[in-house]
Design a protein around this ligand. Sequence first.
Ligand SMILES: Cc1cc2nc3c(=O)[nH]c(=O)nc-3n(C[C@H](O)[C@H](O)[C@H](O)COP(=O)(O)OP(=O)(O)OC[C@H]3O[C@@H](n4cnc5c(N)ncnc54)[C@H](O)[C@@H]3O)c2cc1C
Length: 399
Amino acid sequence: MELNDDQKTLQDWVHGFALNVMRPVAHEWDEREETPWPVIEEAAKLGIYSLDFMANAISDKTGISMMLVLEELAWGDAGLCMALMGTTLGVAAIMANGTPEQQMEWIPRCFGTPEDIKLAAFGVSEPDAGSDVSALRTRAVYDEASDEWVLNGTKTWMTNGGIANVHVIVASVDPSLGSRGQASFIVPEGTKGIRMGQKFKKMGIRASHTAEVVLEDCRVPGSCLLGGKDKLDDKLARVREGKKATSQAAMATFEATRPAVGAQAIGIARAAYEYSLDYAKERKQFGRAIIENQGIAFKLADMKTRIDASRLLVWRAAWMAATRKPFLNGEGSMSKLYAGETAVKVTEEAIQILGGYGYVRDYPVERWHRDSKIYTIFEGTSEIQRLIIARAISGVHIR
Ligand SMILES: Cc1cc2nc3c(=O)[nH]c(=O)nc-3n(C[C@H](O)[C@H](O)[C@H](O)COP(=O)(O)OP(=O)(O)OC[C@H]3O[C@@H](n4cnc5c(N)ncnc54)[C@H](O)[C@@H]3O)c2cc1C
């Protein structure tokens, strides 16, 4: 159950970045609600925003290293963490669906270099297709004459949407097959027919850019279909014959990223827990520290218990993914569900412990609460996680 020396060193190093680079500017970028380029530049200079760093963290055979990194970065600030990590959504999609050649070609282009930073984005959600991924309307039509795919549709809520250099878009090739008729496409930088729609003003993680992306007769080379045309044709043929598809483009990506989302939620919860524990020891009312009241101390006991339980679920799911154990009981979903709801609960309790001071922007606790809420919504809402777990444990197609 103990971290090894490499993991501890990594954890300390990223914690230093979170403490010294992220924490001091977290409030400013939340207020500015803009992409925090200086923070990304600093992370790139130090090597945290880089392909090498991510590859190294992911290569840990226990799966835990990446969870440590994400928890520490989100402890620093969740909005800044998303600004740094939004790229990994696109990268995860390329890793899950791309051929080895496509991975070699495109993943380095998602990060760029410290002198020339690049971003990536991943677009599944649409105005009328959120939880129900099978309802995607974005179409990809193959133009055999030019060996190009033509993409049309509107993606919404895209992290880094419209400002990314590499957009990975999930589109329907055969709408009659629902999610099994979908594929993922790279839209390279400079491609005509892709543009940013509205940029959203959000409740939390405001340093992370979230926007619509509109695709109008957007033509990408045949080589931009992740996995290649032969594999797609093969998959579609199998599905049409009524056989099981080996992969569903969007789902394959989400499976791999759910524990990672949970790890970020833990980082926010831990930040709020630590802050409110210190505060409860300092703050005096009725002539004694407020922590001397069971009403406050028991809250902190519950907060810490939930955080530790969440971390165990996240580490287990990360370990299962890294060692290729099948998620027979929806363990990936369990980790994201519990950690996300823990972050909301713990940050709310932290506000309660700070009283009026918890409710104002002079203190970070209200920001942590605003930031926490997205963790019960994106990458599958809490209800959808429960649906996945319930179906997995029961074998019943629960609606
Ligand atoms: C800040 C932010 C960043 C995001 N980043 C990305 C991104 O980079 N890429 C991307 O593709 N998407 C992204 N998303 C989209 C996100 O994944 C979706 O918002 C999410 O999947 C929910 O979809 P929806 O908002 O359409 O809600 P809906 O699917 O309309 O759900 C509304 C409510 O109904 C519930 N519900 C729906 N179906 C069921 C059911 N069968 N049973 C019970 N309850 C149900 C949901 O749980 C929810 O409570 C982002 C969203 C936000 C807000």
